[in-house]
Design a binder for this molecule. Structure first.
Ligand code: SF4
Length: 318
């Protein structure tokens, strides 16, 4: 994979720019500094970019779960159309940015992705099922892109899942840029096998079948179907049970090479990992050591064993 930073859309206020309705920002240090070493952010503030001033009256979603609008809090002006008209153009511009994901600001009636509050115009009813107007349009326009909210990125498992998906998407973009053939898809899939297995064993099997029988369909259709399945698999959480399955599978390649001490040490570590006393990075590091020591071409190329840079300190939570 190329070493350039990965382009990622982001809500502008998360980068510390003072674009919020009250003239403030919501700088997220983890996003700005830690992830910023790997991602090149493409900031979007839908409210300011669609010509709303700073500061401005706050807004909220009003309506019901089936239909809601973007309404100013006190003066009750409907700003939905203003944002939608701007968004159509902005979405077209973003098509050229090769985004590999997007981080949205949670709770915002414009940028929030999940569980944004919808207020009944009359009465006090509130639903937690809305999506910000911009976030909803973005998701519809780029249905396959990995998307997440800033708050959820502080949950280690959700963070890891999102970052893994972004890296997979980047590898896919690089792969497509090389105008691949069928053999290249087989190679791409082979390198992702264990990573897919760690997320969804059923899809792992279906994808193996899809690739094996791939010559029966038009190559572009095959690529489309493959990508959909790949992303559907990757969004499933990687549980301890699934990782244990993959780790044991890898271990199986070294049955003959390992000394009894090495076997014993690995089994003890696996046991501690299974009990959630040790993070995933520990058995993975040991397996990488075995691979270096005894060699195995298939495993060396597996993205599962190094899905993202070690410096991101993922896989370190229990
Ligand atoms: S949440 Fe979205 S609309 Fe609100 S300030 Fe941040 S980027 Fe702008």
């Amino acid at each position: 994979m190329s070493n350039e930073k990965i382009p990622l859309g982001i809500s502008t206020c998360l980068l510390g720019q003072s674009v919020r309705y009250n003239g403030g920002h919501k700088m997220d240090r983890f996003i700005l500094h830690t992830l910023g070493d790997y991602f090149e952010y493409v900031p979007v503030c839908p409210e300011v970019e669609c010509d709303m001033p700073i500061p401005r009256e706050s807004m909220r979603l009003e309506g019901n779960p089936e239909e809601y609008r973007l309404i100013t809090h006190k003066t009750k002006e409907d700003r939905t159309r203003q944002m939608q008209e701007w968004a159509h153009e902005r979405l077209k511009e973003l098509e050229d940015k090769d985004l590999c994901g997007y981080i949205f600001k949670s709770k915002s009636p414009s940028s929030g992705l999940f569980r944004v509050k919808i207020y009944a115009p009359e009465g006090h009813h509130v639903w937690n099922t809305g999506t910000g107007i911009w976030a909803g349009m973005f998701r519809e326009h780029f249905p396959l892109l990995p998307l997440e909210e800033n708050g959820r990125l502080h949950d280690p498992a959700l963070r890891e899942n999102f970052i893994e998906r972004v890296f997979v998407f980047k590898r896919w973009r690089d792969f497509i840029a090389q105008k691949p053939g069928y053999g290249d898809l087989v190679e791409f899939h082979t390198r992702h096998k264990l990573l897919i297995m760690s997320h969804d064993i059923q899809l792992y099997r279906s994808m193996g079948k899809l690739v094996a029988e791939g010559r029966k369909q038009a190559f572009d259709d095959l690529l489309d179907e493959y990508l959909k399945m790949l992303l559907a698999a990757m969004i499933k959480p990687g549980t301890v049970k699934k990782h244990v399955n993959v780790l044991q599978h890898i271990m199986g390649y070294f049955k003959k090479e390992l000394s009894s001490d090495e076997k014993q040490e690995f089994l003890e570590i696996m046991d501690q990992y299974r009990r959630e006393h040790l993070p995933l990075i520990v058995p993975v590091t040991i397996l990488n050591h075995f691979i270096r020591k005894y060699g195995n071409e298939y495993l060396e190329k597996q993205w599962y064993l190094h899905p993202h840079p070690t410096e991101m300190k993922l896989r370190t939570h229990v």
